[in-house]
Design a protein. Structure first.
Length: 425
């Protein structure tokens, strides 16, 4: 939580590897499968490029704030939301979202590993497998950004090679013609596909500052976001979409099992889950440290306890019942970026000298976020009730709305202050 020291600084390439590792994951493959179900391949790739491009823009602005101030997201947020608003509202939501999904992803990894061992007649309980992999993933996050960099330097090239190999295998023996001739039966509206793509990594855009704080310059943040997100994001959509058409599934482990290469499939899934989950645990830990104002000496212990609790909940299956709640919380996170960007870039013109921590709660920032969050949550909540009319989930609307409300509120507040000043003098 303290200002970044010189020896902690990381290159933009290190940050790009972190973002690439976070993008190469099972959900990204599934999104490719979702898009191709209602779009031709070219349109799915265009949707992915535009959607991830929008995410990159928010990541850059969020990341540059933290790079300027050398502080993580929740600390930078203490101006626009107030110190207590950041600690008791924003940090709690971020912590539950990050660590909740950490637990579920650990469970997904545990299930896949147990199924893999079962192919060789080894009965390894899912709960134990989830626990083991959850602890391994948690340890990599506890020991900080340098360990995350090492993990991604090793995992990202392997994952890229595996995905490219899956792509080549799926396109040979008539696969290319199959993809070229493919036409979806039920069209998926472009805006719906865009919403799905943006929503898949909107949380990453908000917490971008947790990693960008270690980057030396704004230019480094820009290069890392563009090169770390766009190529890998579009590649994963392409792999997921093409596998869905040629193999009937976007599940890379199932594809490799059918090819007689189950070891390669389970390695890909474990590494993909690991690199993404390390980000969840790291940012969730930072949020928890901020909530409880934990001293630097006890930060690693706090992250370990919190991540361990998430893993244990996943092991006993409780977190599976919390998925709807965490879906709502995840929808509430993106408008945080709208308020922070409005304050730092539009009000303060990106001047670090104008940033200062606000004591208590900054109600204008909190209310702006809350209105944007409520609007963003409506389609998510309605999706749990099939009998109600379904609305497309548009996280972008929540971000833009929160940004606009904050700017309007600031102008009204400034006019009120000016009027009182003129009346007094």
């Amino acid at each position: 939580m303290a200002e970044v020291k010189k020896e902690q600084a990381q290159s933009w390439a290190s940050l790009a590897f972190v973002w690439t590792g976070a993008m190469i994951c099972v959900p990204s493959l599934l999104i490719g499968g979702t898009l191709i179900a209602g779009m031709p391949l070219w349109e799915a790739l265009l949707t992915a490029f535009i959607g991830y491009g929008i995410i990159v823009v928010f990541m850059i602005y969020q990341g540059m704030q933290s790079s300027d101030l050398q502080r993580p997201t929740v600390k930078v947020a203490s101006q626009v939301f107030g110190e207590q608003g950041s600690k008791k509202i924003i940090s709690i939501i971020l912590a539950i979202s990050c660590l909740g999904w950490f637990g579920i992803q650990a469970n997904v990894c545990g299930v896949a590993f147990s199924q893999f061992l079962a192919l060789y007649g080894i009965d390894f309980p899912v709960w134990l497998s989830s626990l083991v992999w959850g602890v391994i993933m948690l340890l990599s996050a506890i020991y900080g950004i340098k360990i995350l960099n090492i993990l991604n330097y090793v995992a990202v090239p392997i994952l890229l090679l595996v995905c490219i190999y899956a792509l080549i295998v799926s396109l040979r023996d008539g696969g290319l013609q199959q993809v070229a001739a493919y036409r979806p039966e039920t069209p998926l509206p472009f805006l719906t596909g865009l919403s799905v793509t943006i929503g898949s990594f909107a949380l990453g855009a908000v917490i971008a500052g947790d990693y960008s704080q270690y980057t030396k310059s704004r230019a480094g943040v820009v290069k890392a976001a563009i090169l770390g997100i766009l190529p890998s994001g579009v590649l994963m959509i392409a792999v997921g979409a093409i596998l869905t058409v040629t193999a009937g599934t976007a599940d890379i482990t199932s594809v490799f099992t059918k090819l007689g290469l189950p070891v390669l499939g389970v390695i890909a899934l474990i590494l993909a889950t690991w690199t993404t989950n390390a980000v969840n645990a790291f940012s969730g830990g930072i949020a928890i440290v901020n909530v409880f104002n934990i001293s630097q000496e006890k930060e690693k212990l706090a992250v370990a306890i919190a991540g361990g609790a998430g893993t244990l909940l996943a092991v006993i299956g409780i977190l599976n019942h919390f998925v709807p709640i965490m879906s709502v919380l995840s929808a509430m996170v993106p408008p945080v970026a709208g308020v922070m960007i409005a304050s730092y870039w539009l009000v303060q013109k990106g001047d670090p000298s104008k940033w200062h921590e606000t004591r208590g709660i900054n109600w204008l920032g909190v209310l702006s976020w809350l209105i944007g969050a409520v609007i963003a949550c409506v389609p998510v909540i309605m999706s749990f009730f099939p009998n109600l009319p379904q609305l497309p989930n548009q996280p972008l609307i929540g971000i833009v709305l929160a940004l606009a409300i904050y700017l309007i509120g600031r102008k009204m507040t400034d006019r009120s202050k000016t009027k009182r000043f003129n009346e007094d003098y």
